[in-house]
Design a protein around this ligand. Structure first.
Ligand SMILES: Cc1cc2nc3c(=O)[nH]c(=O)nc-3n(C[C@H](O)[C@H](O)[C@H](O)COP(=O)(O)OP(=O)(O)OC[C@H]3O[C@@H](n4cnc5c(N)ncnc54)[C@H](O)[C@@H]3O)c2cc1C
Length: 483
């Protein structure tokens, strides 16, 4: 099968050479693809080219030589055949929400999964097959009439592909683990143009590798996911200007004592135009929370907005206001729990970062998201490329700088990493982190060491990648690599 796939794509490309195309590089790949996949390839100046290269953060975009929208796994196999023959650079984009430059963009062949939008629910197997080009919003909306949902993104717009292949922390994670723990099958096209259905039984190594291994094993055209029961939920956001001691205390208390896997409380500190504000994001996975769970938050006066209520799960997610990012520098602090000293350091750091001259436009901001999680999440954790078992008990706290000036990219990435490092040192002193703590790949900045992303899994992942990708095509795209 492997040899047949390689032979077929090589044959197609050889026929293509007979038509006079150049032999290597990005332009050669684009002109070949334009002939092999007519109507699916776009060049600068077209609307498809613009939308295929677009991302949530402008720092994650770059001009490609061409873009291509495959619509079948066979098309993806053809693309890998051409990439192999031309050694062109390439990237694949799902929902386009990568924080890091180049992770889903390229100067070469930009593969957009925009045509993989099918969502097929199977009630009898409690599963749904979701095309790799979907965002979670559409999956939730499709499943809502059936009273089910999936373990997916927490705010609007995030893609199924990158989220799941990087791990995926969800509103359902305390009960069901990460998104990657809820995958039944990956429909994968490997870099050798093999079209595989990867399950725990059929390809145990690849199945393990795809759960956190990102774009290192090829392109996933669809995901078969477990569905979970879903009724109405309670929650929303309360915002206060400034840092409110009662809210900070309530957060630390909740993070230390919450024993209810239905209850979430995320704290967000944002500094914009010199002013800090505090958001309490509340979620309860039932129409009403038990008395007492959120009393302090609901009764603390002085809020500037409060949008709490009972609603459907898709409405709850849609209700979030996501600040528009321009350029984005992100990093992660891996913590076990949140003490007063750790939270105070975070509050100090989010303000210090705002004084470095990086956030110069009125729309720029620094933002830290504190995401305590109940240890029940490990009950559903599976053996994955991204280690998240009780032996790896760190949950991610996100450090973000949204800025406008491209000349500040390197300074912003370095600043986000430095700030995260300062907080992590305090967390280590408080017994809540360690110097070898695993970094969550979907939040970790581009300067992160892969050893800290994949930990002791790295040698096995290198072996699986070498077997799946003998021509090393995944090193022609960017992401956290295994070598
Ligand atoms: C506003 C916002 C909110 C977020 N909220 C959360 C959250 O609640 N929880 C959380 O865990 N994370 C969250 N994230 C982080 C998010 O999980 C990552 O940014 C994720 O990578 C986005 O996936 P995507 O498909 O949208 O991005 P893309 O930019 O399309 O892809 C990200 C990476 O995955 C690869 N990839 C994507 N699809 C495929 C595929 N089908 N096959 C192979 N490789 C693929 C790309 O090549 C790229 O390297 C958030 C990010 C943003 C910007």
């Amino acid at each position: 099968m492997f040899r047949f796939a390689v032979l077929l794509t090589s044959l197609l490309y050889s026929i293509e050479l007979a038509h006079g195309a150049a032999v290597s590089g990005n332009s050669a790949a684009c002109s070949s693809l334009n002939r092999l996949l007519p109507g699916k390839v776009a060049f600068p100046g077209s609307a498809q080219y613009v939308s295929d290269n677009e991302h949530w953060a402008s720092s994650s975009s770059q001009p490609s030589t061409c873009t291509v929208e495959p619509s079948t796994p066979q098309d993806v196999a053809t693309i890998f055949g051409v990439v192999n023959q031309t050694r062109s650079e390439w990237a694949v984009k799902g929902g386009g929400h990568a924080f890091n430059p180049g992770f889903s963009s390229t100067p070469g062949v930009m593969v957009s999964l925009a045509q993989f939008k099918a969502i097929n629910y199977n009630a009898s197997s409690s599963s749904v097959e979701v095309g790799g080009g979907n965002i979670w919003d559409d999956v939730y909306a499709k499943l809502d009439p059936f009273g089910v949902t999936v373990v997916g993104g927490r705010v609007p717009g995030v893609g199924v592909g990158g989220f799941t292949l990087g791990g995926g922390y969800s509103w359902k994670t305390q009960k069901y683990g990460l998104a990657c723990d809820n995958v039944i099958a990956f429909n994968l096209v490997t870099p050798t143009s093999q079209i595989l259905t990867v399950t725990a039984q059929s390809h145990p190594d690849l199945f393990f590798g795809l759960k956190g291994g990102g774009n290192n094993f090829g392109i996933v055209t669809s995901f078969v996911l477990k569905t979970r029961p879903q009724g109405q939920v309670w929650g929303g956001t309360i915002t206060w200007n400034g840092v409110i001691p009662a809210i900070q205390d309530a957060f630390v208390n909740f993070a230390l004592t919450n024993n209810d896997p239905n209850a979430y409380f995320l704290a967000i500190y944002i500094v914009q135009e010199g002013n800090i504000s505090t958001d309490a994001i509340l979620f309860y996975d039932a129409p009403q929370p038990p008395n007492g769970t959120y009393d302090v938050l609901l009764n603390t006066p002085g809020f500037t907005s409060k949008n709490i209520g009972t609603r459907s799960f898709p409405d709850f997610v849609q209700n979030f206001f996501v600040p528009v990012a321009t350029r984005q520098a992100s990093h992660v602090v891996p913590v076990i729990g949140y003490t007063q000293k750790i939270v105070q350091t975070m509050v100090d750091q989010v303000q210090d970062l705002a004084t470095l001259g990086l956030t110069t436009a009125p729309t720029d901001f620094t933002m830290f998201t504190l995401e305590p999680l109940h240890k029940d999440l490990y009950d559903a954790a599976t053996n994955s490329a991204y280690p998240h078992t009780p032996a790896h008990p760190w949950t991610p706290m996100n450090v973000a700088i949204a800025f406008s000036n491209p000349a500040l990219d390197n300074a912003a990435f370095a600043a986000a990493k430095k700030s995260a490092g300062i907080i992590q040192q305090v967390a280590i002193q408080e017994g809540q982190s360690s110097s070898d703590a695993i970094l969550y790949p979907n939040y970790a900045g581009p300067l992160s060491d892969s050893k800290l992303i994949f930990g002791a899994n790295l040698p096995l992942l290198q072996k699986i990648q070498a077997q799946t990708d003998p021509f090393n095509l995944v090193n022609l795209t960017t992401g956290f690599k295994f070598n």
